[in-house]
Write a protein that binds this ligand. Structure first.
Ligand SMILES: [Zn+2]
Length: 287
């Protein structure tokens, strides 16, 4: 402890300077660094900063303690890059915090969880085909092996294409709107044909009613293929940009939803149908 509140020089090198994951959050890395060195996280902070409290850990102190260059650390740990305000919530535009794939962690000998900033559209680990979570369902962080589920793997490829074509921001908005709609359909047991085989594959048993309770942990993953296909329709400027309704618009919209998603979406024309409400908000009432 340094009585004047500052360390006289850089902190000594730690015995086990474990490497960070690409995009890792600073809190996650510091926690893993503390575990690897058998330190309490508060004591690691004292080691790095020179005193207790909430003083920020600097790139230079972390570089001295781990023997890694500030440049390499800033590349891996985006919150420590100059000009980034980690507490603002958004560190990298279009990225979200996710738990690192447990296979990727185990391969590196990491057996505690690690959190990293990842592109919003990367829902599956490309190396291990592990579902990592959807940006649209941040409260369902469960990881699932989806290697044998072609519908989900193909949806991931279409999701990448959606982000490339319309940009990350538009893709995030369209996926959020679509995920909200498909989660409601799942809750009410509507349009279940694509979902049922996925629920069965991940869970062995399917609820008799075909309905998934609100917030069910598998909702994000089993609705993912229909979410992506619906988002491909919702992202189109033709539907996304508010325009006065023209004759035949609703029928064209419904036809596109059916052909993109493969579900039997009918003329709902009901304020209880979330997709019809989405349409109505941008077009007004059909004539
Ligand atoms: Zn992996």
């Amino acid at each position: 402890m340094f009585p004047l509140g500052t360390r006289p020089g850089p902190p000594p090198r730690l015995p086990r300077p474990v490497p960070p994951f690409l995009g890792e959050t600073t809190d996650s890395y510091l926690r893993r660094l503390a575990i690897a060195n058998e330190l309490h996280p508060d004591d690691l902070r004292v080691h790095l900063v020179g005193r207790r409290g909430h003083a920020p850990v600097t790139l230079d102190a972390l570089a001295a303690a781990t023997g890694r260059s500030p440049r390499a650390l800033a590349w891996a740990l985006p919150e420590l890059r100059p000009g980034v305000a980690p507490r603002a919530g958004q560190v990298l535009p279009g990225h979200v915090r996710r738990t690192v794939c447990w296979h990727c962690s185990a391969r590196r000998g990491v057996f505690s969880y690690a959190t990293a900033w990842q592109p919003a559209e990367s829902c599956i680990c490309p190396d291990h085909r592990i579902w990592l979570g959807s940006a649209a369902h941040p409260r369902q962080p469960g990881q699932y092996d989806v290697g044998g589920l072609a519908d989900i793997l193909q949806a991931q490829r279409r999701h990448y294409r959606l982000a490339r074509r319309h940009g990350r921001k538009e893709a995030i908005d369209a996926i959020a709107a679509a995920a909200h709609i498909t989660a409601l359909w799942a809750r009410h047991g509507f349009y279940r044909d694509r979902r049922i085989p996925l629920i069965r594959a991940l869970r062995d048993e399917v609820p008799l009613t075909g309905k998934l309770p609100s917030g069910d942990a598998v909702t994000a993953v089993v609705t993912y293929p229909e979410t992506v296909d619906l988002a491909r329709v919702l992202a189109k400027p033709r539907w996304r940009i508010p325009t006065p309704i023209a004759a035949g618009d609703l029928q064209r919209f419904q036809h596109e939803v059916r052909s993109y998603t493969g579900i039997g979406y009918e003329h709902e024309d009901s304020r209880y149908d979330p997709l019809f409400r989405w349409f109505q908000k941008r077009r007004g009432r059909p004539r």
